[in-house]
Design a protein around this ligand. Structure first.
Ligand code: KIV
Length: 294
């Protein structure tokens, strides 16, 4: 799509974009084209996300919860993020690839933030990095000056779970809402190219989105954002034990996957799998040639 091209109709996948980049996301905002972001942590699912036409793949530090089984994201390291980013990088061709800076990889100083961001780019293949919280203008400026796009993340920032006393909606009181408005503006002024708004009232998210030139991407922040993100496992219904209010399951895969495993188990125990069509002919008795396993 060239600059000034006719905006895509609501809901249409902008198929003419061969690669989604940070400037393309700004173009979407100007044209009122909503941004679709989904998390991924491995090559198999990253390929499916990319093929679905999603604009942004986020290797989130939610990996700590949905892949590592922790109750929060605080134990995720930079090495973990580089590893998962590399897995995803191999599969993503069209979408813009953003990787999270994990807890304690950017809070110490702007220099530490730049070094960590550099590793996500060089070792993980990230096209942009995401960091949480307000008051990070120095770190954002330093990373952006090095040519790495930075996505901010405000509101219910999971790395502050202990400060918040749990995963609680933020910005409900006037003072907290005003702080979030100021933090968003400061991120934009420092050079952030987009900002995730998580777990804040929909009206506040809409206000912030309208006040910024850069796109906002919401999760639990209502429909007034410039785009939406969901954690892949939530979207697919891969964990049927609990569903937060802001999540919509677009599939119910937990039952499907469990049933598939159980059917496989039954057939193995019964001896009906593998059948003849899953087995190779030949061998010592028949002396036939070699056969591909595919
Ligand atoms: O880590 C993550 O998956 C995220 C999204 C929920 C925005 O930060």
């Amino acid at each position: 799509m060239t600059l000034g091209a006719k905006p895509a109709a609501t809901g249409e996948i902008p198929a003419t974009i061969r690669r989604v980049t940070a400037p393309v996301l700004h173009q979407y905002k100007r044209q009122g084209q909503r941004i679709v972001m989904i998390t991924a942590y491995d090559a198999t699912f990253a390929r499916l996300v990319d093929e679905s036409g999603a604009d942004v793949v986020l290797v989130g530090d939610s990996v700590g919860m949905v892949m590592q089984g922790h109750p929060h994201t605080l134990e995720v390291t930079l090495e973990h993020m580089c590893y998962h980013a590399r897995c995803v990088r191999r599969a993503v061709q069209r979408a813009h690839l953003v990787v999270d800076l994990p807890f304690m990889s950017y809070q110490v100083s702007a220099e530490q933030a730049l070094l960590s961001a550099g590793r996500l780019v060089q070792e993980g293949g990230a096209e942009a990095v995401k960091l949480e919280g307000g008051g990070r203008a120095d770190a954002v400026r330093k990373i952006v000056q090095a040519g790495i796009p930075v996505m901010g993340h405000l509101g219910l920032t999971p790395q502050s779970v202990h400060e918040f006393g749990g995963f609680r909606v933020q910005g409900r009181e006037d003072a907290a809402a005003e702080r979030l408005r100021q933090d968003a503006l400061q991120l934009q002024e420092a050079g952030a190219y987009a900002v995730v708004l998580e777990g804040i009232p929909a009206a506040l998210a809409r206000q912030i989105s309208q006040s910024l030139a850069i796109p906002t991407i919401g999760i639990g922040a209502g429909v007034g954002c410039d785009g939406q993100v969901l954690v892949m496992q939530d979207l697919l219904g891969l964990d049927d034990r609990f569903k937060p209010r802001f999540v919509k399951r677009f599939a119910e895969l937990a039952g499907v996957v469990r049933d598939a495993f159980a059917t496989y188990g039954r057939e193995v125990r019964e001896g009906t799998f593998p059948a003849a069509e899953h087995s190779f002919s030949g061998g010592p008795a028949t002396q036939s040639g070699s056969e591909s396993a595919e």
